[in-house]
Write a protein that binds this ligand. Sequence first.
Ligand code: PLP
Length: 390
Amino acid sequence: MLSATELIHSIPVDPLTGAISVPIYQTSTFEQEAPGINKGFDYSRSNNPTRAALENLMAKLEFGATGLAFSSGLAAIDAVLKLLKSGDEIVAVDDIYGGAYRLFTAVYEQYGIRVIFVDTSDTAAVEAAITPRTKLIWLESPTNPTLKISDIKAIAKLAKAYQCLLCVDNTFATPLLQQPLQLGADIVIHSATKYLGGHSDLIAGVLVAKDATVGAKLKFFQNACGAVLGPFDSWLVIRGIETLHLRMKHHCRTALKVAQFLATHPAIDTVYYPGLSTHPNHELALTQAKAGGGIISFTLVHDTNEAAVNIASNTQLFKLAESLGGIKSLIAHPANMTHKSIPADTRRAAGVQDSLLRLSIGLEEAEDLIADLSNVLNKLHIPATQAVHV
Ligand SMILES: *Cc1c(COP(=O)(O)O)cnc(C)c1O
């Protein structure tokens, strides 16, 4: 992992002017000295100095050869899927981000690409799903929203043995908690909309390829298909990454306290948080990642849509919104929001119950967040014998 010092000094001082902050090169094109002779930049879709600063920074953070920045996380995922051809198969985590599920099934299945969803926290299930047509294994770890952990190192070995690529969506962990390429993955993607940007003020995606050959193919698709990140948004992501160390420390510390509180509340059925010792993959989680992260999910004893809607609509500090990873704490009800595009039966089979709520822990004080949750949970109708006052 890059230290805070290494991270901060991986962001270059502008060689032209000495500007300490990366300049925003808000330009579409660049003057050429003679036809085809330029200073390394000819057109901003192909390459832009501000975007390049972000791409190089991300390659360093994830220990890869090539970093690429896209106009959204889904555009980054889309570029990876373009490595596949009709007839190829993907083995993907079943508890997958809803937008990725939609892209895989509603878009890529049209082109003859087959996706097999498995519980990737079971490495044997991953191996069983691999066929001679499998070209890509797709992981999220931790997953969204049930925070399942997959053994990235073991699955990377499988990918190598069966000659397919392993791509890990590292959005939840960030490169400061987990470096999938170091564990053997080939490609890492991020929704930079979340922790990398960190302030809920942009949509962006990043991918990093471990080797330059795969990186060059992905760069070709980035330019050929055109979903690049603009200079200003590239600058915003760099600015976010400058404080990623501090923010992740606070998110993780506060999330652990909130998770511990939830685990003791009688209105709560299950708390999903890799940093809790009760998490089924707690040990693995802390072997491959530095901490449990800033996302917590939980289900209610009264496992109904209505109870979850009641909680999600009545918190004061936790704002009801999609997304995660920003400075303000957010609450979401996946069944009605992020996972609405997944059929109910498929959703439940993947462990996303009707009452499941997801928290993104922001940068507020832990005690204030706990008081906010305590207030709404205590008002839920629960049998008198179980009622508590915290
Ligand atoms: C948000 C998210 C995405 C999609 O990113 P966008 O920036 O919204 O396109 C992909 N994966 C995960 C895990 C996410 O949370």
